[in-house]
Design a protein around this ligand. Sequence first.
Ligand SMILES: [Cu+2]
Length: 340
Amino acid sequence: MKLLRNIILLIFTISMNSFADEFKDEKKLRGDSHAPIDVMCDHYHKKNEIMLSYRFMNMNMDGYSKGSSDANYSDARTKPNGSNYMVVPLEMTMIMHMLGGMYAISDDITLMLMGSYFDNEMEMKKHSNGVKKKMKSSGWGDLKFNLIKKLFAENDTKIHFNVGLSLPTGSISKKDTMFSGSRATLGYGMQLGSGTYDLLHGLTYNKMKDNYSYGLQISGVKRIGENSKEYTLGDIYQSNLWIAKPLNNRCTSISIGSEFKFQEKIDGSHKDISSIMSFAQDKESTGYKRIDLSIGINHIFDDLNNLRLAFELKKPLYNNVNAVQLEPDYLTIIGLQYSY
Ligand SMILES: [Cu+2]
């Protein structure tokens, strides 16, 4: 936490020092003309423009939260009713590869398609004998389609909205070998999709000043119906706020962002989870309210056809979870965007 604060202070100092600098080439693309890389549907394109993107995301979860406090191993072993789980999750790593395509059918409407591939790993411990085991799941997640519509664009202000649909292409029946030696259904966080058709929506406001820019996006995910395993993931309500500053050459920008995310608890429960071994398989341990703080860098390689490279580091600042859950430690994203 201290490291993050120092990094933010450093970036802030650099920003303030170069604040008064004049920009020479006004026509050059600015690094901050796109939001920090974790914000989706943050921009649209000019008619017939195509953009291809790739994002690599890595999230680590370690330690426990219970409500809004830190929790310990014994909390992680205790069910909401006071009895004990047989197994305790120790940590989780989630790696995600995201492939995206954007195409503008007009200056007003851009279409976007996004697919993701997951590699998840959760280390568990059987309490009675202390044996540890890594459970794994991997495969393609849900395919997301979005339509981005320009609402307002004048001078330095842009407003657009997006509506979309997430298709249930990701598996919700992922299994792995349990401590008993037999294969059983993994917990909710290890499944790859929602299993439902989900309605996506968002509204983005972006202001581009001479020496800095900022933006706000309010977005959400609404699940439609119940999936084939008789449960529904919680709806998501989210807002992202960011401030970015292009550095002297304009092609590079740095940013500070904040994300608020509220995900509701799961409704129903997975019909193949017959005995709940740990909180990872318990729907009571789903849903949270979280505020993340992030720092990011965007860079445009103008000698490489304006290829964009972006990096972002996110840390939770506040986390309030239902029952007990693994605590997100940090999240890193590296992204490449190429348009023509
Ligand atoms: Cu794009």
